[in-house]
Design a protein around this ligand. Structure first.
Ligand SMILES: [Zn+2]
Length: 469
């Protein structure tokens, strides 16, 4: 009998790491970074399993909370292959290099000012570790692009990658193996996108008989508005801030959210639903990743072809949009008069250039902060979202007077109803393990799934738990 052990992304949304033991092999599904919580750094430093025992990794997508600890895994002795889609590999290169760069800067600062223990003054990993990690990647096409759909990754174990519709390259993993002469399938959703995300395909439903499904639960309790209504709300908000000459700061993950917002604003402009005003994507990483999105036009969905590419237009390029790389250009935004919009990272407002922009704008009631993504507990974004009257930004306490607007609909995660429909469409399901969600969301989703059918055993694993499969 096989098993799955949950080493992260269980009872919380970050640090996804699920070790699957089947057919005498150990496969690690994702190897993500713990984020947000005060002990995140020390939890990232150690694995609760031996990296040398892992035979292969399958990576669902290139968000840091899913791929960020791969360089440490390699540094600590992992010598197998890392399987993912080609686009995930392309994006992961930038994400991991960026992460190593931040790590090195952070450590240099701590050493200079002698902050923290000796351990904390050592980088978790370096650019060299990232280079060694990238050599271990073996790209696999989506199942829809290969005849049989299956790729053998280890002797007796094959994988199929379905489109998860979450970000470019994101995949749902199905593992096939034999046990007592019987073919069995276990699947992991990774992060699942909602229906109708710009540019991306809707999540694909695996066609196999799957006995155990690891399913994400980020928004298990919520119900998203249809994307059309979200677009309308965004257009209304933009109109009102433009009218009062305000500055719109949009904290956004460099990967996925930024491209989705740019696409939506482009569409609203083309349809004459918002006025023209300057828009800046102020993030070197987002700019690099957008260039990858631009080069993977074969992955765009039908709607993007109809709206843009069939007419010879590029969805992520338009005249009032400027991508900013250099720090000098970024600083020039400080003295500019509104209305204009800055889309910048980090998405949870914990670091990066967006912190500067918030510091300069958040105390003015004419300005606005558009929150478009998940804000983990402990982050600056979560505090602002929950109505903090003041926040600490770069060591200074600043009053929050700007308008704070929440656009959950632009989330790259399916809501509770969509996740339930997803599971309902899978054949042969007996066990669903809910991962990647905070307590309230996971429990609400468990209840919803149990109400749907009594045929499923719906479990909520804690970190360190194992289940038999
Ligand atoms: Zn993700």
């Amino acid at each position: 009998m096989g098993s799955i052990t949950f080493f992260g992304g269980a009872g919380s949304v970050t640090g996804s790491k699920y070790l699957v033991s089947i057919a005498g092999k150990k496969i690690l599904l994702d190897c993500g970074t713990f984020q947000g919580l005060s002990d995140a750094r020390s939890r990232n430093r150690q694995f609760s399993f031996s990296p040398t025992d892992v035979d292969a990794v399958v990576l669902s997508h290139a968000h840091l909370d899913h791929c960020g600890m791969l360089p440490l895994l390699v540094k600590k002795g992992f010598r197998g292959s890392i399987f993912s889609t080609l686009a995930t590999k392309a994006v992961a290169t930038y994400i991991l290099h960026d992460s190593a760069g931040i790590e090195e800067q952070d450590v240099a600062y701590k050493r200079k000012h002698n902050i923290g223990t000796q351990d904390e003054q050592e980088p978790l990993f370096t650019i060299e570790d990232v280079a060694a990690t990238m050599k271990r990647f073996v790209p696999i096409p989506y199942a829809r692009n290969i005849a049989q759909g299956w790729t053998e990754i280890l002797s007796g174990i094959s994988v199929k990658l379905y489109d998860a519709g979450h970000i470019l390259g994101s995949s749902i993993t199905v593992l096939r193996y034999e046990e007592a002469g019987e073919v069995r399938h276990v699947a992991y959703t990774g992060d699942v996108g909602p229906i109708g995300v710009p540019m991306l395909h809707d999540p694909e439903i695996p066609r196999e008989n799957i006995h155990t499904l690891l399913m994400e639960s980020t928004y298990g309790k919520r119900k998203h508005l249809p994307i059309e209504l979200a677009e309308e709300r965004l257009a209304t908000a933009i109109h009102s801030v433009c009218k009062r000459g305000g500055i719109m700061v949009v904290p956004a993950f460099s990967l996925g959210r930024t491209q989705m917002l740019v696409y939506t604003i482009h569409k609203l402009l083309d349809e004459g639903r918002i006025p023209h005003f300057p828009i800046f994507v102020d993030s070197p990483l987002a700019t690099d990743i957008t260039n990858i999105y631009k080069s993977y036009t074969q992955e765009y969905d039908e709607e993007t072809r109809i709206d843009f590419t069939n007419e010879g237009k590029l969805p992520l390029t338009f005249s009032s949009l400027k991508y900013i790389q250099s720090a000098e250009e970024s600083k020039k935004l400080n003295g500019m008069e509104g209305p204009f919009m800055i889309i910048s990272a980090s998405g949870m407002m914990t670091a990066g250039r967006v912190v500067h922009h918030l510091r300069n704008t958040i105390s003015n009631k004419n300005n606005a902060v558009f929150i478009t993504g998940y804000q983990a507990i402990g982050t600056t974004g979560r505090k602002i979202l929950e109505g903090a009257k003041q926040v600490e930004l770069h060591g200074r306490v600043i009053p929050v007077r700007a308008e704070i607007l929440l656009f959950n609909e632009f989330s790259a995660h399916a809501d509770g109803g969509q996740l339930t429909d997803f599971a309902s469409n899978i054949e042969g399901l007996t066990t669903i393990a809910l991962v990647h969600g905070e307590d309230k969301e996971v429990q609400a989703l468990q209840k919803r799934l149990q109400e749907k059918t009594s045929e499923w055993n719906v479990v909520i694993p804690n970190e360190g738990d194992s289940i038999s499969i």
